[in-house]
Design a binder for this molecule. Structure first.
Ligand code: ADP
Length: 375
């Protein structure tokens, strides 16, 4: 640096040092996997690293064009502004979380660390995406809630018939004559049967949910199976004076499936149609082909399903309000089981209904089920 005035070299060296340090910082800023930004006290982003675009999908220009609060989830805005005003007052914030809107309209959780510089009226902030942790926590909360609901449901469902059985047996012991005693024992047996069928349903649900159920592949004549189920429920149909007919418009409606499981599906749907149709109803079972698949449906003229209840119809323990006035003993497990079985057999189930006018439950099964579905 010959020929330069004294001290010039030192200034030059300091400037080069500063430039090098700036370059280094700039590289870290660009490379960081976390979201780094500088935001003005006026509420606008001044600088953003590329992670913002990678995580949220908005361009840098789009993010800088409007106040950052516009990107925050409406429910988190109040809390975010409160935190921001703390930073404006000179506080350092760590761990605050809020949701940011992405370019596709979804939201992602971000966890923030922010530090203000009051002289330049700016906030330096770093954020990390925590959406996965939030989802995991939410799933855990839901699972715990479901477990609690399940335990409370099952204990309630078991306690009522068990108490009934005890009471019937006590009455039977005190009965004046044999006939009275037999009638109490008969009632106790009915309650015990209901308990056994509830426990069996719960076991089936658990096996199907865990994929631990044995599925035997066999060729089944769906018409034959349906007629056999109709035979089993004929006493009930007669008692309620329903008109039940089976109509078949397929040459030979055969499917490869598990006959025990398929029987359970048909029995559940037929029993529901009988149960939820006031006496003297019209029930039609139709078996036919539909786009290369086998279609089975039952139409009833019963109480129907309120619109608001249709979404939950095939969920565990679901019962519509209008059903509870007709049958107080129901468990809401039947249709859930039906759905699990139909899906396990590679098919689909649906329902059309109008409250007060009747319902149609329909399932389709592939005529020739792929062997892997039944394994
Ligand atoms: P459960 O009959 O024990 O309540 P299900 O799982 O078989 O349980 O049915 C769930 C609910 O779906 C019933 O409580 C009832 O609200 C509604 N449902 C099922 N089948 C019919 C039907 N054929 N007509 C009207 N409602 C029905």
């Amino acid at each position: 640096m010959d020929g330069l005035p004294d001290g010039t070299y030192a200034i030059y060296r300091d400037l080069t040092e500063e430039k090098r340090a700036q370059n280094e910082l700039s590289r870290f800023f660009t490379m960081s996997l976390d979201l780094l930004c500088i935001c003005g006290f006026d509420g606008y982003f001044k600088r953003l690293n590329p992670s913002f675009q990678r995580v949220l999908g908005h361009s840098e220009a789009a993010l800088m064009a409007e106040p950052f609060i516009n990107f925050v989830h409406p429910s988190d805005r109040e809390g975010t502004l409160a935190e921001f005003s703390k930073v404006e007052r000179g506080e350092v914030i760590t761990g605050y979380e809020n949701r940011y809107r992405c370019a596709d309209g979804s939201y992602k959780w971000l966890q923030w660390a922010s530090m203000p510089t009051t002289e330049t009226r700016t906030v330096y902030a770093a954020a990390r995406e925590t959406t996965k942790q939030h989802l995991a926590e939410q799933q855990l909360r839901e699972a715990l809630q479901m477990k609690a609901d399940f335990v409370s449901f099952v204990t309630h469902q078991l306690r009522t018939p068990l108490a009934g059985i005890k009471w019937m047996l006590e009455l039977s012991a005190e009965a004046a004559d044999r006939e009275e005693s037999d009638s109490y024992v008969g009632d106790a047996r009915e309650s015990a049967d209901r308990l056994i069928s509830l426990v069996n349903d719960l076991l089936d649900v658990s096996r199907l949910e865990n994929g631990r159920i044995q599925v035997h592949a066999e060729t089944i004549d769906l018409h034959e199976l349906t007629e056999s189920v109709v035979g089993d429920v004929s006493t009930l149909v007669r008692q309620k004076e329903h008109d039940l007919q089976v109509e078949v418009d397929a040459a030979r409606p055969t499917v490869v499936a598990d006959s025990q499981l398929l029987r359970q599906v048909v029995l559940n749907l037929v029993s529901n149609a009988i149960k939820y149709t006031p006496a003297g109803g019209r029930l039609r079972i139709r078996i036919g082909q539909h786009e290369g698949a086998l279609r089975w449906e039952i139409e009833d003229s019963g109480i129907g399903i309120p619109k608001a209840s249709r979404a939950g119809l095939f969920e565990k323990f679901f019962r519509a309000e209008n059903a509870q006035t007709i049958d107080t003993e129901g468990t809401g497990l039947g249709l859930y089981l039906v759905r699990l079985i139909v899906e396990r057999l590679g098919g689909r189930i649906a329902c059309e209904s109008e409250e007060g006018r009747g319902s149609t439950f329909r399932f389709v099964l592939p005529s020739a089920t792929a062997p892997e579905v039944l394994q």
